[in-house]
Write a protein that binds this ligand. Structure first.
Ligand code: PHB
Length: 371
């Protein structure tokens, strides 16, 4: 048996919320929203209800606009029907005493004309093809290579900010407890931040200050809706997924963290390691330290953590909270299993993206498994 009085089970003050434990559910794309319309369903509500024992659920990446969509079956937060669908999800989590934030998403270049309004080309900071990046546009499309995007015009930036602001407002109406801005994993805001994907020569590119401009303007707009205490952000400084590269992640993300600290947002969630690709092996300690030194509020570590590593990193002061992805897919009652030192269900990668209730809401809880 693992000890009961472990640090992971102590409550934690995140902004003005008191989380019941330090075991968070990471945002996870599962591609199971109702079509057409990208609307959250009863089945999605049941999935999140089962996982409400997390200290905080960060719900899956959710497009803030039709332009922000990059994969088949992902949910949105731009229509009334979607807001109503998400309301069923947040009600379910709240009934179980949990908290849930929504992850606000614009994919930028990681999309396909068939997923875009009027069959348009996907947009990006610069017209650079993400070599080897892929998406899927239907259940039977297979993985399709991403093509060269269209560079956003300078006068389109206010609309991008407005898409996030409106998404934040809709998330509030849907009953979420807060929002996480998706600035990770090679999607639009990450494309602006990193030097490999942003070759602009206007005020939104070039210098580091310019590359950080759009993400910071988005954060400010979202704070206007929610207040800084209910806003977080996700970054992946060394992630290579979706053909990402930054020439100097320590400076880039240390600087970004300092500016985010000045805006007083509640947390930064850092993808330290990704099964989808990373430039470093192991955790990028120099980047982690730079962010930790520059950002005075909550740090959330993510990426292939085990229970023991999570505990050790908190004890060592390297993180405050830890978010778990794949372990939460296969273990709806993950905190309870950790607390008891119980065996963990294994995840089935073939059911991560798309499909029905199989591999989604049928992973057993401990109470289903005991005789
Ligand atoms: C994915 O659909 O593969 C995906 C979505 C959002 C992420 C990462 C991966 O942040």
């Amino acid at each position: 048996m693992v000890q009961n009085d472990d640090i992971l089970f102590e409550p934690f003050e995140l902004g003005d919320l008191t989380l019941r434990n330090r075991i968070l559910m990471a945002p996870l794309t599962r591609s199971r929203s109702k079509q057409p319309g990208d609307v959250p369903t009863e089945m999605n509500a049941e999935y999140y209800r089962q996982r409400a024992g997390a200290g905080l659920i960060i719900a899956e990446a959710t497009q803030v606009s039709p332009q922000g969509k990059g994969y088949a079956f992902t949910p949105g937060i731009h229509s009334e029907e979607q807001v109503e669908g998400w309301r069923r999800v947040t009600d379910a989590v709240h009934e179980e005493g949990g908290y849930i934030f929504l992850q606000l998403w614009h994919v930028g270049r990681i999309s396909h004309p068939e997923l875009q309004p009027n069959g348009n080309k996907p947009v990006a900071p610069s017209a650079i093809k993400p070599e080897g990046a892929k998406t899927y546009i239907s259940a039977d499309s297979g993985m399709i290579e991403i093509q060269t995007p269209r560079a956003l015009e300078l006068d389109e930036m206010p609309d991008i900010i407005e898409q996030f602001r409106q998404g934040a407002e809709n998330a509030k109406r849907a009953g979420f407890d807060g929002v996480e801005i998706h600035a990770a994993n090679g999607y639009l805001l990450d494309q602006f931040i990193k030097s490999g994907s942003n070759h602009r020569d206007d005020e939104y590119g070039g210098s580091l200050e310019n590359r950080l401009r759009l993400p910071l303007e988005v954060v400010a707009a979202v704070i206007d809706v929610w207040g800084a205490q209910r806003v977080g952000i996700r970054v992946s400084p060394t992630g290579s997924f979706n053909a990402m590269e930054d020439a100097d992640p320590v400076t880039t993300f240390g600087t970004f963290a300092k500016k985010l600290d000045a805006l007083k947002i509640a947390f930064i969630e850092v993808v330290e390691d990704s099964f989808q690709g990373n430039h470093v092996s192991g955790r990028p300690e120099a980047v982690i330290e730079a962010i930790r030194e520059s950002f005075t509020r909550t740090y959330i570590a993510n990426g292939g953590y085990t229970f023991n590593e999570a505990k050790q990193r908190i004890i060592d002061g390297k993180t405050d909270l830890v978010s778990f992805g794949r372990l939460f897919i296969s273990n709806p009652d993950l905190p309870e299993r950790f607390r008891l030192g119980a065996p963990l269900n294994e995840w089935d990668e073939s059911t991560f993206y798309g499909g029905d209730e199989r591999g989604y809401i049928d992973y057993p809880k401990l109470s289903d498994q005991s005789t």
